[in-house]
Ligand binder design. Structure first.
Ligand SMILES: Cc1ncc(COP(=O)(O)O)c(C=O)c1O
Length: 402
């Protein structure tokens, strides 16, 4: 029984089991025929809508040509995708590693950083999510990670994320702590999301200038900056990539999730070839299913649609609209609304109220998730129609007074 599967049981008690029968655009249907408006995008995956017909068609066309690549060679669609992705990024980022998802790509980025710098230490931020394998867990410290999993990976430590709500003084303190740590010149890399927490769902936004400051300090002390864009990438936050908010050029950027709109598994680390060079000899960077031609066909079409339709502008506009609607409810029940683009957090006075509102909205046909305790994470497909967006917001806001 799927309902008793290990995967489902992670969410038991938190969310209702969802027997999915159909998914299209910003709408889902369960097997009883009940209809839902989707405010999750499968957690920042289907940014261009569920079963985007253009992306699916690109996969169908590629299936007729070739579905699997070679570890020691490349298919034309893999080359086309590498060219398109690197062209969309700052020119310094000119090489890609072929991976299958976010966690794998984060771990590979750490390997590259250690081989390039000859240093061991890695700094991450508490309560960011980078995946479920050991280094990723050590980086972000999943709330509630069982002690039984310890030890995680040595030499990976965390700092508190400098939340903008904590103010300038707290940010200044963060900067001087980071400077102190990096000045020992023994840190291989700092790993972070680009200024907003999307993974664990707090949607905390960093103090303005956070990423730029981290870039400045890492550069000064020979530490690499790895930016995890698994959640923020592909227009979600109102820019094609989150690093554009502060025009930062990291040493490596990690992508997955929205990269192929959820059509086929794919992930990547994009960085400078001179940084990758050492890893090709000192670490083995291979993944059998990394960048299959079908995944590349999906990813290439996904990127082309984002660029053709300037989806980041859509995210910016609809995001401001959603924020404005929700901000009107700030009071005793909803205590904060924050986010960037269409990655928005609705913070409730407590976890029970948040869970209750989610449960009621779900019963009324709004598919929405609680990101972390008291924070509801709102991330509709960017392609959602104004009508469905209003309908979904109507369901949600009807419960905000409780
Ligand atoms: C910010 C971030 N990094 C990394 C990951 C891990 O990606 P994956 O689930 O593809 O391994 C996620 C997944 O939720 C994420 O949100």
């Amino acid at each position: 029984m799927i309902e008793n599967s290990i995967v489902y049981r992670n969410f038991k008690g938190k969310y209702e089991f969802f027997p999915l029968s159909k998914a299209e655009g910003a709408e889902l249907w369960d097997r009883n025929g009940k209809h839902y408006i989707d405010f999750t995008s499968g957690w920042n995956v289907t940014n261009l809508g569920w079963n985007n017909p253009e992306v699916n068609q690109a996969v169908i066309e590629q299936v007729k040509k070739n579905v699997q690549g070679l570890l020691w060679g490349s298919d034309p669609i893999q080359e086309a995708y590498a060219a398109a992705l690197t062209a969309a990024l700052p020119k310094e980022l000119d090489a890609c590693v072929k991976e299958t998802g976010g966690t794998e790509s984060v771990e590979v980025a750490i390997k590259i950083a250690r081989t390039y710098t000859n240093r061991k230490k890695i700094i991450g931020f508490s309560n960011l999510y980078h995946g479920q394998l050991f280094a990723s867990l050590a980086l972000g410290n999943a709330p509630g990670t069982p002690e039984k999993l310890a030890p995680l990976v040595p030499e990976i430590t965390q700092m508190p994320f400098p939340n903008e709500r904590s103010g300038k003084e707290s940010f200044d303190q963060f900067v001087s702590e980071l400077e102190k740590l990096l000045s020992k010149e023994d840190v291989a890399a700092v790993v972070t999301e680009p200024g907003i927490i999307t993974g664990w769902g707090s949607t905390l936004v960093a103090y303005p200038g956070f990423l730029g400051k981290v870039r400045e300090l890492t550069k000064r002390f020979g530490t690499l900056l790895i930016v995890d864009e698994v959640g923020t990438g592909f227009s979600r936050t109102g820019k094609l990539f989150g690093i554009e908010h502060e025009n930062v050029i990291p040493d490596m950027v990690v992508f997955a999730k929205g990269i192929s709109n959820g059509t086929v598994a794919i992930g990547t680390v994009v960085g400078q070839s001179k940084v990758f060079e050492q890893a090709f000899t000192d670490a083995v960077l291979i993944s059998t299913f990394g960048w299959t031609p079908i995944a590349c066909a999906a990813a290439l079409k996904t990127l082309q649609i984002h660029q053709r339709d300037k989806m980041w502008e859509v995210a910016e506009q609809k995001g401001s609209y959603i924020m404005e609607k929700l901000e009107a409810f700030i009071g005793d029940v909803v205590v904060d609304v924050r986010g960037r683009g269409m990655e928005i957090g609705l913070q409730f006075k407590d976890a029970e109220t948040c869970a209750e509102v989610r449960r009621k909205a779900f019963a009324d046909g709004l598919h929405v998730v609680v990101g972390s305790k008291d924070n509801m994470q709102i991330m509709p497909p960017l392609t959602i129609s104004q009508e469905l967006l209003d309908e979904g917001l109507g369901i949600l806001t009807s419960h905000l007074g409780l």
